[in-house]
Design a protein around this ligand. Structure first.
Ligand SMILES: [Zn+2]
Length: 271
C-alpha cells in the first residue's frame, strides 16, 4: 500500500512539471494512414493495467459463472485465428504489442457489441457476430478497430485527462482502496473516466489504424464499409456498439477515403 501511495503522490508532484513533455508523446508510429496525433499521458500504463486487468478478470469470471463464456468453440476459434493475424501486424505500429498477454473471449448475449480493454483483452458478444452475420473480414474490421484502441492506449489517455482535471488527491485516495473490494474498483474506474465512451478523435483514429491493420493482415478493407452499412441497417433500436461510437455516415466516408491508401497493403498480401 505504501508503495502505491508513494508512487501516486510522486506522480502528483511530477505531473505538472512533465506535462509539456509527455503531452508530446505518441504510443504508436503513424502508419500509412497517418495517425500521428500527440497524446497527453500522465498516468502510467502499469497503473491502468492493474485496474483494468482486475476489472477484466471480474467480467470473465462473471460470464463463466453465468454459463455465458466461450460457449461456441468453433466461433471462439474463428475469432482467435483472425486476432492472431491482426496482432502479428501490430509490430509495424508498435513493436512491443506482439508480446502482450492478448486474450479473446466471447460472451453469449443478444447485444450488438464488442470491446477491448487495455493491454489487449478483447470481448465479442455473440449477438454482433450472429445477428449481423459477420464475414471474417468484417470481424477483422471490428477487431482491428478495437486493437487500435489498445495500441494507442486510449483508456490511459482518458484517465490522464480526468487526472489532470479532477485533481490528484481524489485519485490517490480512490486507488488506495483498490484491494478492499469491487465497489472501490468500480469507483476508481469511474473516477478515472475509464467507463466513459472514447472521444470522437479516438474513434476516428481507431478506424484509421484498424483499417491499416486489417489490410496488412490480408482482409479486404472494403469490408469495413459493409460492416458499418450492416450496423446502420439494424435501424430502430440503436445497437450499443453504434451508440457509443460517432455517426456511421461520417465514419463510412472517412473509411472510404482511406481505402485507396491501404489497398496496396492488402493487394501485397494476396499476390
Ligand atoms: Zn471504438
Amino acid at each position: 500500500m505504501k508503495t502505491l501511495k508513494h508512487s501516486l503522490l510522486t506522480l502528483a508532484v511530477s505531473a505538472a512539471a512533465i506535462m509539456p513533455i509527455v503531452g508530446c508523446t505518441s504510443t504508436t508510429s503513424a502508419g500509412v494512414v497517418g495517425a500521428d496525433r500527440k497524446q497527453l499521458l500522465l498516468v502510467s500504463s502499469q497503473e491502468i493495467l492493474q485496474l483494468s486487468n482486475q476489472a477484466y478478470a471480474e467480467t470473465i469470471n462473471q460470464a463463466r459463472r453465468a454459463g455465458k463464456l466461450d460457449n461456441n468453440y468453433e466461433q471462439v476459434k474463428r475469432l482467435r485465428k483472425i486476432a492472431d493475424k491482426l496482432i502479428t501486424q501490430t509490430e509495424v505500429l508498435r513493436p512491443d504489442a506482439k508480446n502482450w498477454d492478448w486474450k479473446v473471449h466471447t460472451i453469449t448475449s443478444d447485444s450488438i457489441n464488442a470491446y477491448v480493454m487495455p493491454g489487449g483483452k478483447i470481448v465479442f458478444y455473440t449477438g454482433i457476430i450472429e445477428k449481423l452475420r459477420l464475414t471474417d473480414a468484417e470481424i477483422a474490421a471490428i477487431m482491428g478497430h478495437e486493437i487500435a484502441h489498445a495500441l494507442r492506449e486510449h483508456s490511459r489517455e482518458k484517465a490522464s485527462r480526468s487526472f489532470a482535471t479532477q485533481g490528484v488527491l481524489q485519485l490517490a485516495t480512490g486507488a488506495l482502496g483498490l484491494s478492499s473490494g469491487q465497489a472501490q474498483l468500480a469507483g476508481v474506474i469511474s473516477q478515472l473516466g475509464l467507463d466513459l465512451p472514447h472521444s470522437r478523435s479516438q474513434e476516428s483514429e481507431a478506424d484509421k489504424i484498424g483499417l491499416e491493420l486489417m489490410a496488412r493482415a490480408g482482409y479486404d478493407p472494403n469490408a469495413s464499409v459493409s460492416l458499418w452499412k450492416k450496423m446502420q441497417a439494424t435501424g430502430g433500436s440503436v445497437p450499443q456498439f453504434l451508440s457509443t461510437h460517432p455517426s456511421s455516415t461520417t465514419r463510412i466516408s472517412q473509411l472510404q477515403s482511406l481505402i485507396p491508401t491501404v489497398m496496396p497493403l492488402f493487394q501485397g498480401t494476396t499476390r
